[in-house]
Structure formats: structure tokens, C-alpha cells
Design a protein around this ligand. Sequence first.
Ligand code: NAD
Length: 351
Amino acid sequence: ERVGWAVVGLGHLSLDELLPAFGQMKRGKLVALVSGDRAKAQAVAKQYGVPDKALYDYKSFDQIKDNPEVQVVYIVLPNSMHAEFTVRAAQAGKHVFCEKPMANTSAECQQMIDACKKADRKLGIAYRLQYEPHHRAVIQMARNKELGTLKLFTANNGQNQGEPNQWRHKKSLAGGGALPDVGIYCLSAARYFSGEEPVEVQGFSHSTPGDPRFKEVEESFAFHLRFPSGFQAHCTSHYSTHETKDLRLMGTDGWASMDPGFSYSGLRLRVGMKSKSFPKADDTVERSFSQPSQFAREMDHFSRCVQENVVPHTPGEEGLADVRIIEALYRSAQEGKAVKLEAAKKLDAFR
Ligand code: NAD
């Protein structure tokens, strides 16, 4: 029996990526929609075969507890609304899958974790790339020490953001600018490739004066992370450059490089290493894998977690870890100095 999903918020991500991805899923099905716009919800419901009685708005949302078809609630709202709807979904007895960034503060993340624990429901954060075959291959190479001892990671994730009036440019809704929206992919990759948690971070924020898009949130955020083993990560995120989405993981015996590395599709992975498995020393090869929908993969994974009662690969704790580091990075940028982090628990058990 497929797991029933309710999608909350019918914006770009839901309409363009998530709802179509249900067609590629093996374990989940769309059974309910939650939207502030009744006419839009009805049109979308018709397209995807969702019955009228399974349409909710943000006020009537709590009635979802009486709909036994819904097992998972997927929160796809502006960042500031993730905590409220996660808590309400857990209280309605539903498992929760929530978009990144998990929330705007670590305190909210903790409330979300606590609410799901109290209701004995699963909480997963939608880190699509941790389910993506090229990223999984690099994680595997790193764990198998194929690149030798890991030394450095560099990554850039940016795009040229339009529409100054959208919620992404309002601090109260978005929490911040480029860092929590796109920089989070670099940050999270540095953590899951290395399998370590940073102990010291430094960040630099910039907004062009007079640009209406960046009155409240930063235009670009560059940051550096130092890890216990000596591994370091240097990343940039931006809202005003032409789309740039590359990464490179470097070890003593090899490197893995992706460009693009953070896109929804079309990822390209190249590997260079001094190894017997290569035709000659210092050779470079491209490694490619099939690229099914990243969204179908992550939702199928979470459906399996519900069916088989297992902990999701990217649980609430993973979202909290990133938000905690983002808070430290903002503090660093504000104070103009590096910030030390208390040694965090390694989350490798989940990987
Ligand atoms: P969007 O602006 O396209 O959609 C947001 C939806 O929330 C809209 O339907 C809007 O009507 C609704 N909404 C409810 N209350 C609102 C309010 N007060 N202000 C503005 N909108 C309100 O945004 P999106 O791009 O779909 O992003 C939604 C979430 O998904 C965000 O948390 C974002 O970070 C995340 N996201 C993740 C990925 C990914 O690759 N995983 C990609 C895009 C977005």
C-alpha cells in the first residue's frame, strides 16, 4: 500500500517539481493539498486526481487529522512557516517531511524535533542531493578513502534572483538571503562529504547599497569552515551572479569535481586520481549515473521510512545542524571574526 502524502503550499517548487514527481514514485501517492488559494487548489486537485474533500487551507489545516489517507505532510512554504506547520502536522498525528532550510532559528528546529518526537512521528528534511546518485558516489569514495585523506572542499552556489517583492527578500519570512537559501547546499555537502562537523567558522556578507532586493537579506555570503581533522571548506553563495553551481572535494590522492553540482538534473562528475584502477597515473574520468527525479527519490525514501519504521537518512537533526552553523556564520559576519562551535555530535550514524 502506497503512503499518502499531503503537500502544503502550491508555489513554484510544488507545482513545477514535486507534484509531477509523484508520477515517478514507487511508494508514495498524492492524496491531499493545502493552499491559501481555493481556486488554485481546485485546479491542481483536478489535474492530479485529488478529491475536493481533501483540500485544506491554512486555517482548516488541523482537520487533516481526520483524514486517514494522509500519512505524511510535506511542508513547502516560506521558511518562517516551516516550524508552525510541522508542529501542527505532528499534533494532527502525521509524519512530516519539510523543505530546507528547516527553519530560521535553531530554537524553532528544536521545537520541530520535539513536537515530532512527542507525537511519535517521523521528521525528515528535504535535502534532495543526499539522495542523488552522483553525490552518493562521492560520499562513498570519501568513506572508502579513494581520494586519500580529505583536505579541502570548495563550492559555489548562486543565481541571479529577480522579483524584489518575493518572500525570499523579506527577512521575517526567509530568515536570510543567499546563505540559507542556496549556500546551505555547500554547507551541507561539506558536512556529508567529510562526515565531520565544523569546529570554527567565518563568514563574510555583502549587499549592494540601493539594490531593492537586498534591503533586508544578503546578496552574497562567502564562508570558511574548519573541521577537527584539519579538513577545510571554502564556499560562496550569491543572489546576483549568473547561475553557478560547482563543487570540488580534494584529498591527498585524488579529487572529485562536479559542475553543475547542485542542480535538479544534468549533474556532471569528474574524478582525478593517482590510482591503479585508472589507465595511467593522474588520469581524469567522468563518472555518470542515471538521473531519476531527485524529488521522487527523496519522497520515496521517506515513504519507505514510514512503511518500514526506519529513521530517515536526513532527519530533523540534520536540518538543525545546518541552521546552527548558519547562525554562527551570521554572528561571525556581524562581529567580523571567526566563531568557534562546540563540538557537535557526528551525524554519521544516519548516513
Ligand atoms: P514560492 O514562493 O514559489 O511558493 C511559496 C508558497 O507559499 C506559495 O504558494 C505561496 O502562496 C505560499 N505562501 C503562504 N504564505 C505565504 C506568505 N506569507 N508569503 C509568501 N508566500 C506564502 O516558493 P518555493 O520556491 O516553492 O519555496 C518554498 C519552500 O521550498 C522554501 O522553504 C524553499 O527554501 C524550498 N525550496 C527548496 C528547493 C529544493 O531544491 N529543495 C527548491 C526551491 C524551494
